[in-house]
Design a protein around this ligand. Structure first.
Ligand SMILES: NC(=O)c1ccc[n+]([C@@H]2O[C@H](COP(=O)([O-])OP(=O)(O)OC[C@H]3O[C@@H](n4cnc5c(N)ncnc54)[C@H](O)[C@@H]3O)[C@@H](O)[C@H]2O)c1
Ligand SMILES: O=C(O)[C@H](O)COP(=O)(O)O
Length: 387
């Protein structure tokens, strides 16, 4: 029986199904893998029993992925599984930030006991007049799963759409409407935008990427939408821009001690992915990634190890080595297998950045001494006997 520790509420009704051969455990020390969402694992005492972590969602800045890679722990996420939910929420916040919808509804509630409310509503409505999205210039930073959908939707709304993503994938470039105009620098993207929406992961080159200099380039009274991460914006600069009127509105999904005090700001409860569909999509993807890794050693959608698949484990034995991406690893591994006279049916080796993965099927089970010898190779982080 494989054991799973669940951290966070994966779905609203709590339903999470792994199927036969799996059980949920309370203590992480007893678990083979973790299924989680947004809990911060920096500083978490990760038990050595854990071989894999699947994050239901996109952002992995809450997980020390490089450190875990060096401990032989594969971290997965579920790219794209919640992107439609975020796109819809961003469009909603663009409209709410442009029109006095919330203020108008608040006025109605506050005046519920007014016997002439129909007449008075007509008199007051000019206070809630806003602007349309059509023909406005919007800048989209990050054209991945969420950003590409947001950009395409903005095109459909008749906006003048500009996109900035120096690392755009071929897949997302193909998905992008031809009407999205690609821009080569962050500064050119920001220049004269009426709306700026952020869809990049939180990492060294994106933390604080929207500060005073970028905000000053926007059209006066611009609207800023941040459903990426709180770290992407310099909160003091955003607050200053709201006070000066350079920004007319700020919508953010992150309730920080500073955003909750900002004027003309809508703050939501990190709810961009908060739909039953997105929760189910993320859980399904994360669970199938974990099962394929635990049962077959295959890796799909990992953020710290390369993709690698040899299909179902059908040979007598399947072994996986997680190791550093350094020269002569295959030579060292095959030399140890040769000593055991092991016949390798199939072998794959993949690398991504600093980490690599070697998996092989053999006709017979390996001697325990062979497994121990593999573990002793310098730069091997973990050896798994999958079968
Ligand atoms: N509010 C929410 O509930 C919610 C939900 C999903 C995602 N998110 C956040 O949004 C981020 C994006 O999600 P996604 O699913 O689109 O991820 P993604 O990985 O599909 O897309 C991210 C894009 O950002 C681009 N990028 C990376 N560095 C960049 C840089 N310096 N400048 C410009 N572009 C850069 C990448 O090339 C990629 O195309 C996530 O990392 C997460 O932090 C938030
Ligand atoms: O990165 C993500 O996918 C989002 O921020 C969603 O986070 P959540 O799973 O905690 O809602």
């Amino acid at each position: 029986m494989r054991k799973i520790k669940i951290i966070d509420d994966i779905t609203k009704d709590g339903s999470v199904e792994f199927g036969p051969g799996y059980e949920f455990v309370e203590e992480a020390q007893e678990a083979d893998a973790i299924l989680m969402r947004s809990t911060d694992l920096h500083g978490y005492d990760l038990p050595t029993s854990i071989r894999a972590i699947a994050r239901c969602g996109a952002g992995v800045n809450n997980i020390p992925v490089d450190d875990y890679a060096r401990r032989g722990v594969v971290v997965f996420n579920s790219p794209g599984a919640n992107a439609n939910a975020v796109k819809e929420m961003v469009l909603c916040m663009m409209i709410l930030s442009s029109r006095g919808v919330v203020q108008s509804m608040e006025w109605v509630r506050q005046n519920a006991d007014d016997p002439d409310i129909m007449v008075d509503a007509e008199k007051v409505k000019k206070a809630f007049v806003g602007q349309e999205l059509k023909d406005k210039r919007v800048g989209v930073i990050g054209l991945g799963n969420v950003g590409s959908k947001v950009a395409n939707a903005c095109v459909q709304l008749g906006m003048d759409v500009y996109g900035y993503d120096p690392f755009i994938s071929v897949e997302h470039a193909w998905e992008l409407s031809r009407d999205v105009q690609r821009v080569g620098t962050l500064e050119d993207l920001c220049r004269n935008c009426d709306y700026l929406t952020l869809h990049v992961p939180s990492k060294a080159d994106t933390v604080g990427m929207i500060g005073a200099d970028q905000l000053a380039l926007l059209a006066p009274g611009a609207i800023l939408i941040n459903f990426a991460r709180e770290t992407i914006v310099d909160e003091d600069a955003v607050s200053d821009a709201l006070h000066s009127g350079q920004l007319s509105w700020f919508s953010t999904d992150f309730a920080t001690p500073k955003t909750v005090l900002m004027p003309n700001t809508y703050v939501t409860t990190h709810s961009g992915a908060g739909t039953s569909e997105a929760e189910a999509n993320c859980a399904d993807m994360a669970i199938s990634e974990l099962k394929d890794y635990l049962e077959n050693g295959n890796i799909a959608h990992s953020v710290n190890y390369p993709a690698c698949s040899m299909g179902k484990a059908r040979a007598a034995s399947r072994i996986a080595c997680l190791h550093a991406n350094v020269p002569n690893m295959i030579g060292q591994i095959t030399a140890i297998l040769a000593k055991d006279n092991a016949n390798v049916q199939r072998m794959v080796n993949e690398s991504a950045g600093e980490n690599a993965y070697t998996m092989f099927d053999t006709d017979e089970h390996l001697e325990q001494s062979t497994i121990e010898a593999l573990k002793q190779i310098p730069a091997v982080y973990r050896v798994r006997v999958i079968k």
